[in-house]
Ligand binder design. Structure first.
Ligand code: HEC
Length: 154
C-alpha cells in the first residue's frame, strides 16, 4: 500500500513537472513577433504620413519632434523584431537576407535611426529646411531597407 502511494506521488510529481515544462515552452513561443513588427511598421508608416501631410500644409515642424523621436526609437528595435526563426509564418515579407546579411540589416536600421535623429533635431530647432532634408533621408532609409530585405509587392 505504501509502495503504491509512493508511485502515485511520483506520477503526480512528474505530471506537474511536465505541466511546468509545457508552460515554459508556451512562454518561449508566446510573443507574436511577426505580428508585433508588422504593427510597428504600420505605426511608423502612419507617423511618417502624418509628418508629410503637416509639412505639405506648411505647418510648423516643432510639434513633430515626438514623431521623430518615436521613429528613431522604433528603428533601434527593428533588428530585435527579426529574431532567428521568424523568417516564416503569417505571410511575412521578410527576406532571408535579413539573417544571412545581419550586419547589412543592422546598418539599414541604424540609417533610419540616424535620419530620424536629425529629424528630431530639425523639429526642435523649428528648422524647416533641415527638416525637409532629414525627411528625405528618412524616406530613403525606409525604402533602402525594403529594397534589400523585404519581398517586393506585386
Ligand atoms: C532595417 C529595415 C527596415 C527599415 C529601416 C524599415 N522597414 Fe518597413 N519593413 C521591413 C521589413 C523586413 C518588412 C516586412 C516585415 C514582415 O512582413 O515580417 C517591413 C514591412 C513594412 C510595412 C508593412 C507592414 C505590414 O503590415 O505587413 C510597412 C507599412 C513598412 N514596413 C513601413 C516602413 C516605414 C514607413 C519605414 C521608415 C520610417 C520602414 N518601414 C523602415 C524592413 C524595414
Amino acid at each position: 500500500m505504501i509502495m503504491r502511494k509512493n508511485v502515485l506521488a511520483l506520477v503526480s510529481m512528474l505530471a506537474i513537472g511536465g505541466a511546468v515544462g509545457g508552460a515554459a515552452v508556451a512562454r518561449a513561443d508566446g510573443p507574436d513577433i511577426i505580428g508585433i513588427r508588422k504593427a510597428g511598421m504600420d505605426l511608423v508608416f502612419a507617423v511618417v504620413g502624418d509628418m508629410k501631410r503637416s509639412v505639405e500644409a506648411g505647418a510648423d515642424v516643432m510639434p513633430l519632434a515626438d514623431n521623430a523621436t518615436a521613429i528613431a526609437r522604433w528603428a533601434k528595435q527593428i533588428p530585435a523584431a527579426f529574431p532567428e526563426g521568424s523568417d516564416k509564418g503569417q505571410d511575412t515579407a521578410a527576406l532571408p537576407a535579413i539573417w544571412s546579411d545581419r550586419a547589412g540589416f543592422e546598418k539599414a536600421s541604424t540609417a533610419l535611426e540616424v535620419a530620424a535623429g536629425k529629424l528630431a533635431e530639425a523639429d526642435k530647432a523649428g528648422d524647416k529646411a533641415a527638416f525637409a532634408e532629414a525627411f528625405k533621408a528618412t524616406g530613403a532609409a525606409c525604402g533602402g531597407c525594403h529594397k534589400a530585405y523585404r519581398v517586393k509587392k506585386s
